[in-house]
Design a protein around this ligand. Structure first.
Ligand code: SF4
Length: 406
């Protein structure tokens, strides 16, 4: 069972956070079931985006820009935007579904200064030619994207997927595929699906007026499944890959016992996974990076970390286990001493949970905060601002009182 004392509480905050989430468009070329954005305004202008970049630089102290949408690759000024971010000395990372990716576009983005991609691939995206395929079958799509990105070289690559009740059991298939591609894939992220239901809830705006919550893309008529939690995702990975361990977390904004972000990194070669980094290495990475650059860290610039990572094993008992396994491996197969050592991060994000009093338990120090109307707003709930001027409260409908015959 997870215990918060065993993990490092990431030191990120509103004004000192490694991630700046910038949405370039609300247009997309596919329609994912778990998406929380809908088409209302289209592409932002390059001028507006540059202003947002400077706003984040002033108020957020980011190490990277997560360029999101909608689908960022269809924005007509994506190359210029990446180049502008690079000029500001902040790593540009594109969050994409990969549909519009081509080798030519990849080369242009790399030339403009792109650091890497987070690619969202899962089996609930309604992709043409991929309907009714399992997560395991989607590994073929992940592979084609990973091969294309690797062919250009020098770009960081993470795969995201939303976890639904019917795909939870397939998480190990995705982790296994990721490990087999540790040279090309630097991280995996699992985001648990959430929705609000219109049949049994009512929603009110900031003035206590009832609103039509079906206008929000993250509502549906009904849902009778179980919402998967971050500890459950952790557990299924741990059950199948005992050498996996998490290292850092962010809790909930309301509940003391939530794990909203649970992040870690496995260490291995293309032949063998040795283990994971522990909380001490995570602390060292965050504090060391902050001392060195003045910013906290979310994405490494490169995943081939080399044996130097094991220098931290005297301070980190979790990493020490990995070091011992590495030594055993090299003694058994001496030629493996030349195998490159990589890290592969595993992130687990538990999306907001609705509480009985109408509030939502969000991610403490939300790393994916974005800008709306000159203010920071959690990107997962920005459509509440766009449609209703602020966060809405969602309460369960009261059962009608039973009629008593006189
Ligand atoms: S609260 Fe922030 S980090 Fe958490 S799911 Fe929402 S946008 Fe993402």
């Amino acid at each position: 069972m997870l215990e918060k004392k065993d993990y490092y509480r990431l030191p990120w905050s509103m004004n000192d956070n490694p991630i700046a989430w910038i949405e370039v468009t609300d247009i997309c070329n596919i329609h994912c079931e778990g998406c929380y954005r809908q088409y209302m305004t289209g592409h932002k202008s390059l001028e507006q985006l540059k202003e947002e970049v400077l706003f984040f630089k002033k108020w957020r102290n980011p190490d990277n820009f997560s360029i999101a949408g909608g689908e960022p690759l269809i924005h007509p000024h994506i190359i210029e935007l990446v180049a502008f971010m690079k000029e500001q000395g902040i790593k540009p990372i594109i969050l994409s579904n990969g549909v519009a990716l081509t080798p030519e576009l990849l080369r242009e983005l790399k030339k403009a200064g792109l650091t890497g991609f987070t690619m969202h691939v899962d089996s609930h995206q309604n992709r043409p030619h991929w309907l009714n395929k399992t997560e395991k079958e989607h590994n073929e799509l992940r592979q084609s994207i990973a091969d294309m990105v690797a062919s250009v070289g020098g770009l960081y690559l993470v795969f995201n997927s939303t976890v639904y009740p019917d795909t939870y059991h397939e998480i190990p298939d995705v982790v296994r595929w990721g490990q087999a591609n540790i040279e090309k894939v630097q991280g995996l992220v699992f985001i648990t699906y959430r929705t609000a239901t219109t049949s049994d809830s009512i929603a009110t705006d900031k003035n206590d007026q009832q609103i039509d919550m079906s206008k929000l893309s993250y509502t549906r008529e009904s849902f009778d499944g179980h919402f998967i939690t971050a500890p459950e995702v952790y557990q299924i990975i741990k059950d199948h890959f005992p050498e996996y361990e998490a290292a850092g977390y962010l809790g909930g904004s309301i509940r003391h016992d939530s794990y909203k972000w649970l992040i870690g990194a496995m260490v291995g070669t293309k032949n063998q996974m040795y283990g994971s980094v522990g909380k001490k290495t995570m602390e060292f990475a965050q504090i060391g990076h902050h001392l060195w650059t003045g910013r906290y860290l979310a994405y490494l610039s490169q995943a081939r970390i080399g044996s130097k990572i094991f220098l931290l094993s005297p301070f980190d008992p979790i990493l020490r286990q990995a070091w011992k396994k590495r030594l055993k491996d090299v003694v058994s197969y001496p030629s493996r001493i030349f195998d490159g050592i990589y890290t592969q991060s595993i992130g687990i994000i538990q999306a907001p949970d609705l509480l009985p009093d109408g509030r939502a338990d969000m991610c403490d120090s939300c790393p994916d905060i974005t800008i709306f109307d000159g203010k920071f707003v959690n990107s997962c709930r920005m459509d509440e601002y766009r449609l209703f001027g602020g966060f809405v409260s969602v309460l369960e409908k009261e059962e009608p009182a039973e009629k008593v015959d006189a």
